[in-house]
Design a protein around this ligand. Sequence first.
Ligand code: NAD
Ligand code: WQD
Length: 339
Amino acid sequence: MPKILVTGGCGYIGSHTIVDLIEHGFEVVSVDNFCNADASVLDGMEAITGRRVFNYATDLCYLPATRLIFEEHPDIAGVIHFAALKAVGESVEQPLRYFHNNLNSLLHILTCMRDFGVRHLIFSSSCSVYGNAAELPVTETTPWQEAESPYGRSKQMGEQIIRDALPACPGMNSILLRYFNPAGAHPSALIGESPSNPASNLVPVITETAMGLRREMTVFGADYPTRDGSCVRDYIHVMDLANAHTKALQYLLEQRNESPCEVFNLGMGQGVTVLEALAAFERVSGVQPAYQIGLRRPGDVVAVYADNARAVERLGWQPGYRIDDIMRSAWDWEQRRRG
Ligand code: NAD
Ligand code: WQD
């Protein structure tokens, strides 16, 4: 049972990944300072897996406390580094806080991995590194454009820091996973997304509106050059995303990687418009969230979706959930957590 350190393990994607790791025979230690999570997620993970995950409530920006985790677990085989601040709009208002948190936590993880000889790192990157991509679908070699926000730039910088650090960390390998639009929840509805800030991503906005927590929501623009005028995104179920991390770890542990640093897009490979997402929600829930067509949201790109062939071919990853499954599980979770 290889032991994996999961940073941000009580967050949205981290908690679902821990469940998938445990179900595939890994032992997990989590570190999460709860700056955007609630300790009750540990109960949810236990109810699903039958295992209580130990979490260090450590701020990874504090190096001595981060080192202590590695000292207490000399048998860590790999690290999945989810911990980061992720709200795009907030990063525009608080750029220094975002750079401080997202870069220092990464630097400390890399330092400890080098010093303690931990060889395998999976890094949470984002489609935001592509900026306003010039070609669709986006492949791993699509050139980066200027980042749209300090958050996006922190992911570009994070990837570059890892590439620069690897040659000076003997034997270390890394996989950079670029997620498109993660959404949905575990089918049990025992864990899901619990944003501390008001939700701004489309799927939680839809479920909150359907719950009556918002009077109505806004579709940000219906005059784009797309099939129904609304923006196109690549929504990927969080369980599919979680499983890609397990597959990426197995890939590194089995030394199937061809170079010390490899990149994979994680998306369904299909675009869904905002209005199609709303229609899928209505189809599976029977509830019609009140919405108005509003102005375009500054910074939104018209359309972005992934070419995921590399992850499918090299990792043997096969995303199985569709937009209806995403909406059904997100709705089940929203009802359960508010119920
Ligand atoms: P999340 O906020 O739910 O999870 C991140 C977790 O990290 C939180 O629980 C938070 O408490 C913890 N954390 C943050 N800073 C920390 C620190 N300094 N020390 C210890 N813990 C800390 O976010 P998520 O949606 O699960 O995202 C996970 C990763 O995936 C992030 O790196 C994010 O940037 C990236 N990502 C997310 C999305 C998305 O839309 N959710 C898309 C692309 C990439
Ligand atoms: C999706 C679509 C909105 C809310 C963000 C980050 C990206 C990555 C994923 C972290 C857009 C529309 C939304 C609403 C709407 N995260 N929308 N009404 O902006 O594609 O990507 O999350 O790495 O970096 O930028 O996601 O969920 O905010 O928006 O019409 O109330 O839904 O305009 O077309 P986005 P989103």
